[in-house]
Design a protein around this ligand. Structure first.
Ligand code: PLP
Ligand code: COI
Length: 341
């Protein structure tokens, strides 16, 4: 057994034994291998490191009660990385290759999937980068697709305890920019606003729509959702937010399992009073309840700064129940891997 204190995990890099690595050159992907080497050896001219020609994904593997391992909606990550790849003129990764890479990495590092009930999961980070000798602002001629993994705990310190956020004056993305794809540049531009928010003891910042600065778009590296007093689940609609797989899953579960009206719509700062609960959702964030939001001189509390609201709690139980294999999943959401020791 590996020596990790599973209950104490946060969200930080831990080197695990094996990662997947595949090269694209002359119009095709090679077979791909699992390797122990966690260093990438790339040309100093690589477009990924000069012009940000890179994109990535994030998904998790979950240990079930019977010891097997679940992947959650891996097909959706396979599709989204290709949407990102097309936007940055990178070659697509065949969906089967992406899913096979993820499965290989999970199985090769299965001892690092935290035990059922520990609260931990195995986070997978698929990454596509433009490499090779280059310097002009043009697409790379060679690419690396890699996928590595690490055991993680809660992303926001509070986990399922509410934490507070502050509305940022900075924009994360432009109206017709790259906000809807998972590319590194979006995260580089979020470092300063994120760190300013944390310096002021907020969990992270909230980004508004870049065009009018009146509507909530993202909660740091997660989507926003709110529950209205009349039982609607609302999550922002915008061409510059990341189409979160967790958010679409929650829209479905809110409607089909909790009987709420579930909508993608505008979340205006001036209309926060309509919400009785709010949260951040995403693969890393799972569901993280939002206690309050600071903007200008106002601090708006949703349900409570200490307690999780009942609908947020139910959504969390349904989502994580499905992910860990305790609650029946909608068709196609779960890929179950069994381990042959
Ligand atoms: N929004 C941003 C900016 C993110 O980085 C993420 C994380 O992936 C999300 C939302 C949530 O997306 P998902 O639920 O697919 O992980
Ligand atoms: C995720 O939720 O998978 C993310 O990518 C968010 C963050 C860690 C960048």
């Amino acid at each position: 057994m590996v020596d990790i204190n599973w209950e104490e995990l946060g969200f930080s890099y831990i080197k695990t034994p094996l990662r997947y690595l595949s090269y694209w050159k002359d119009g095709e992907w090679d077979e791909g291998v699992l390797t122990e080497d966690n260093q990438l050896h790339i040309s100093e001219g690589s477009p990924a490191i000069h012009y940000g020609q890179q994109c990535f994904e994030g998904l998790k593997a979950y240990r079930c009660k019977d010891g097997s391992i679940n992947l959650f909606r891996v097909d959706q990550n396979a599709k989204r990385i290709n949407t990102s790849a097309r936007r940055l003129m990178m070659p697509e990764i065949p969906e089967e290759k992406f899913i096979e890479a993820v499965k290989q990495v999970v199985l090769a590092n299965h001892e690092y999937v935290p035990p059922y009930g520990s609260g931990g999961t195995l986070y997978l980070r698929p990454l596509l980068i433009g490499v090779g000798d280059s310097i002009g602002v043009s697409p790379a001629k060679e690419y690396i697709f890699t996928c590595f993994c690490m055991p993680v705990g809660p992303y926001f310190k509070g986990g399922m305890k509410p934490t507070n956020f502050i509305v940022s004056d900075y924009d994360r993305a432009a109206p017709v920019g790259t906000g809807a794809v998972k590319v590194g540049g979006n995260y580089a531009s979020s470092l300063l606003p994120g760190s300013e928010a944390k310096e002021r003891s907020y969990s992270d910042c909230i980004y508004l729509d870049p065009q009018t600065h009146t509507k909530i778009e993202e909660v740091g590296s997660a989507n926003f959702f709110g529950i209205t007093k009349d039982m609607k689940f609302i999550t922002p609609i915008s061409p510059s937010i990341l189409p979160s797989i967790t958010k679409y899953s929650l829209l479905y579960l809110a409607k089909e399992r909790l009987g709420l009206e579930a909508i993608e719509g505008d979340v205006k700062l001036s209309e926060l009073d309509q919400f009785s609960e709010a949260g951040a959702c995403g693969t890393a964030a799972v569901i993280s309840p939002i206690g309050g939001i600071q903007f200008d001189d106002t601090f708006h509390v949703f349900y409570s700064e200490e307690e999780v609201g009942p609908i947020t709690q139910k959504l969390y139980a349904e989502l994580t129940g499905i992910q860990f294999g305790d609650v029946e999943a909608p068709e196609g959401w779960i890929t179950n891997l069994s381990i042959n020791k």
